[in-house]
Ligand binder design. Sequence first.
Ligand code: KIV
Ligand code: ZN
Length: 390
Amino acid sequence: MSKDIVHIFDTTLRDGEQVPGCKLDKKQKLVIARRLDELGVDIIEAGFPRSSPGDFKSVMEIAKVVKNATVCGLTRAVKKDIEVAAEALKYAKTPRIHTGIGTSDSHIQHKFNSNREAIFERAIGAVKYAKSFVEDVEFYAEDAGRTDNEFLARVCEAVIKAGATVLNIPDTTGYCLPEEYGAKMKYLKENVTGIDKAILSCHCHNDLGLATANSIAGVINGARQIECTVNGIGERAGNTSLEEVVMILRQHPYLGLDTNINSRLLYDTSLMVSEKMGMVVQPNKAIVGANAFAHSSGIHQDGVIKNRETYEIMDPADVGVNESSILLTARSGRAALAYRAKKVGYELTKVQLDRVYEEFLKYADRKKEVVDKDIHEIVEKSNIKIESVS
Ligand code: KIV
Ligand code: ZN
């Protein structure tokens, strides 16, 4: 079955870099940008050029080195922002300006002290102005998650007429439920004249832990771009995690959706971003966490040793992890111990295994995890005659 491609818009270097304490220098940003290009992301949001001279320079250098992806710069609906972004992007093979404004009543009243009509006009003006510099203009309706659907549809229709090629529908505060966010996309698909001329984009924050679920609900309901970050980093609780949405679409082929990502580079990319940003990945993080393919309970280990698919829904090699790991803890059984003992050179008979297992439990109760070095000691202490397999 031929699949529809969902574009991956990576904002690790813009929304991701907004994490306190995770600022990157230009050199680090260039290394990450090159890797994102290699990974196969369709769009790299390289920064917010008007925000600082440093960000301007980084966007410009990234625009020069990126070979395949579109390079994008963020702006507010402010003329000077748009001019500066256009300048920073001038060397990009395929530049995109990402401009927009808050559309929820909360943003209109409290941020802008304005009204819907004035915001509507500013949105159109910003898109038209950006369009005078580049062909590819993405419009974001900030806080779209809490924006009245009718008004949102009116804004979307107007910015498409003004030349927007992509409509970003951010759940800026991470408030929506997946059903609600999916319904919003469906509403726009069905109620915006000219919607087929633009791509709908999901941009979800993770305040309630729903960013990934909301993005998937968005694409099921017609969006064809997901904005995300490596390891899900970003403001507050973060953004949609790139590796999660890529693997969800790949592991559920009946959805008829896929991305251009080379998933075998996911783990390595996660390590690179974590190391450069000094931001540790939680061990239980889906896809790229240290425990994502580690098994420690005896029942699970026995299953995985017999057949990996009993407790794994994807092949670790597909995300660049060498192999599943069988950890030895006090919850492990004989199957796991025999498996790990064989890996370090001992082929145990059933009787020998019983004896070694007794000794193993003493160790395991004392230690959080039994490692290879311990296995040698345990075998020695078990006082049995062992044939080494190596
Ligand atoms: O979360 C958000 O609304 C954003 C926009 C600036 C795109 O990051
Ligand atoms: Zn955001």
